[in-house]
Design a protein around this ligand. Structure first.
Ligand SMILES: [Cu+2]
Length: 199
């Protein structure tokens, strides 16, 4: 498997993510690229090596949702590995983790916008078109939900940008989006050129 470093250049503050439904895709991707560059410019820390999870020994991956961001600021995953996502809501508001491509994020942003004005409590039943569900985990304040998940294989992982986002109305606009960085077991980031069949 061929690997390469992502470009790392210092850059200014991370721009606020706009609402997906109202902006062109190119801008959304630019926001994500900006977030990655900020992380790179912060000190060029190497991503630690990981032991990719297997079906028998899944890797625990913790995502902390807060009001209104995630920790860590970039989610590192190895294509094809088995993980237990441990989603912790350390904030006061209801939050969720939606993992998927920009199209998936767009679909949930649109779907959940329809819940604006609903009474407080869990998000009412909503749905998105087939193929755009991604992985969605809704977690109440102070709670933790564990979900077993198989990370997309390298063909899908490297073909486009993947994100973690929260689409409880208003939360994406307040910054609840982080990029997924696909890495190999040594911690080296994969690039789109790692996708088989890509030039
Ligand atoms: Cu949220």
């Amino acid at each position: 498997m061929r690997t390469a470093h992502s470009p790392c250049r210092p850059r200014g503050g991370r721009p606020s993510p706009p609402r997906l439904a109202s902006v062109p895709r190119a801008i959304v991707l630019a926001v994500v690229a900006g977030a990655a560059l900020v992380a790179c410019g912060g000190g060029a820390e190497a991503t630690p090596a990981v032991t990719p999870g297997t079906p028998d020994h899944p890797r625990n991956v913790i995502i902390l949702a807060k009001d209104y961001t995630y920790v860590p600021p970039i989610l590192d995953l190895v294509p094809g590995e088995s993980v237990i996502l441990q989603v912790v809501n350390g904030g006061l508001a209801l939050h969720e983790v939606v993992i998927g491509t920009a199209d998936v994020q767009d679909a949930w942003e649109t779907a959940e916008a329809a819940t604006i004005g609903a009474p407080p409590g869990p998000t009412p039943a909503i749905s998105v078109p087939p193929g755009l569900q991604g992985l969605r985990v809704v977690v109440a304040s102070g709670e933790r939900v564990d979900v077993a998940w198989t990370v997309p294989a390298v063909e899908r992982a490297a073909s486009t940008e993947w994100l973690v986002g929260c689409h409880i109305p208003g939360h994406w606009a307040q910054g609840m989006v982080i990029p997924i960085r696909f890495i190999d077991a040594t911690g080296q980031p994969l690039t789109m050129s790692d996708a088989p069949g890509e030039p």
